[in-house]
Structures are given as structure tokens and as C-alpha cells.
Write a protein that binds this ligand. Sequence first.
Ligand code: AMP
Length: 281
Amino acid sequence: MEVIIKKDILMAYIGKVKDSGKKVGFVPTMGALHNGHLSLVRTSRQQNDLTVASIFVNPTQFNDKEDLKRYPRMPEKDGKMLESAGCDLVFMPEENEIYPEPDQRVFDFGGLDEVMEGAQRPGHFNGVAQVVTRLFDIVKPDRAYFGIKDYQQLAIIRYFVRKLNYPVEIVACPIIREPDGLAMSSRNMLLSVDERKTAIILSRSLFEAKAMKKDHSPAEIIQFVDARVSETPGIKLEYFEIVNGTTLLPAGDWGGKDEIVGCIAARVGKIRLIDNINFSL
Ligand code: AMP
């Protein structure tokens, strides 16, 4: 596996690969990798000739500077994991490679950024779009792989890729979970033993919510999950919403052609976790 730090070298390398007619798959990450990330790499390997992953903790998407400071960084371990998953190349840029000067761009996401994560984390998705567009401009992938774990992020990336006419296919990959159901996340390793036990309430309440679907309305299920999380010590619910998967607006009932998704965010101690479940599958 090649490890490249400089964008000019990466662009020359990928340029040659693309000139020979090969397809490039791209998996952007912030590192502290787990099996969720590796599943994206494996899917890309099946669909492309060259798989490129990036590891870059993007400062512009952190509205909370403490969260940025505490975000886990372990490049050596990450490199070994990527290699074992069959990744061909990893791009690990310094901040000034991505942002030689501050990025002033403000994106329009057609309102998709005004709810849930966007409402809780002002500027977060603008920072995501800044880094993803910069990485796409450098890597110029044919396909890019994103986890459904970050449901709203995926919807927003799809929106701006379409709007800005990026010639890249966005591939959505399923949520990979721990054996007890907790969605894998780089932030899980920051949880204490007790917090890790408490965190299970996120996925558990989502699974319970889905089991209630056949004889309960979205409003009843929201009430149930709110109560379920509130009665659990050590966890603070930020939101649980049942939304139309396309508009991300609250779904009043289970009808319509769009998928319906339940999205949850909560703080366990200082650590903020998110998860979601598709009610339409
Ligand atoms: P991150 O490093 O958190 O920015 O995540 C990089 C990519 O991995 C994003 O597309 C995430 O949605 C995806 N991802 C993170 N956790 C999981 C998971 N548990 N299952 C599947 N994909 C994931």
C-alpha cells in the first residue's frame, strides 16, 4: 500500500492510473479506523481497480473545538488496518495541503442542513462540504463511499454532488455494528467502561422503535424513545426524529414513496454519538 502525504504526488499518481482507463474508488475518513470504515474499503475494492482512502481530521467541520482536540488519532494502526483490508493507497495530508488558505465558501444545501445534526452543530455540514469537495478535486474518484451511519451527511453529499455536477457516483454503505448492536464509531473508544454500557441504549431504542412500527404512529414512537432514553442515567438525548429520508423533514405517518428513517443523537458523558434506523426496510 502506498502512503502519500503531498497532494501533487497523489494527483500525478492517480492521473496515470486514470489515463490507463482504470476506475478509482475513494473512501474519505478521519482515521481512528474500525470495521465500519474497512467495510467501505472492501466494497470499493470489489467495484474499482484502485482504492484510495484518506485520513484527515478536518478542522472546519468541528463546531466544538474540544471535540476536535479530543478526536482520536492513530495513523500507524490505521495504516495497518487499511493495508489488511486491501486498500491500495492512503492519502494522509497535513492541514496546509488541504487548506493552503482559509476556505471561505458557503454552501447551499436546500435546507437539508437546518435539521438534526445541522441544527445541533452549526457550520458542521459546510465544513464537510469544504473538505469533501477539496478531496474530490484532488482524488477525482469515479466512485466515493460513505456510510449510512451518517445519514444526514450522506443526503447532503448527494445533494451538493448533484448540484455542483461532480462526476462521481456516491455509494451508500450499510451501518456496521458491534456484536451488541452499538454502531461502530471512532468516538466509541473515548467511552469509559460504564459509558460504553450506557451507550447501548441508542441502538436498543432504535431496534425497539422499529419493532413498534406496525401498530404505532411516528409520534407515539418518538414519545417512547424520548422516555426510554430520558429514564436512563448517564445519557442525554439531543434529538430523536422520524424523518422522510429525502427531505429530512418529520414524517407524520408511514405512507409515501420515500423511505422513513429514525435518527438519534445523544451525549454519553462528554461523548456525542449518533445512529439511525431505516423503518422502510
Ligand atoms: P469518519 O471517519 O467518522 O468521518 O467516517 C468516515 C466514513 O465511514 C463515513 O462515510 C462514515 O459514514 C463511515 N462510517 C463511520 N462509521 C460507520 C459504521 N459503523 N458503519 C459504516 N460506515 C461507517
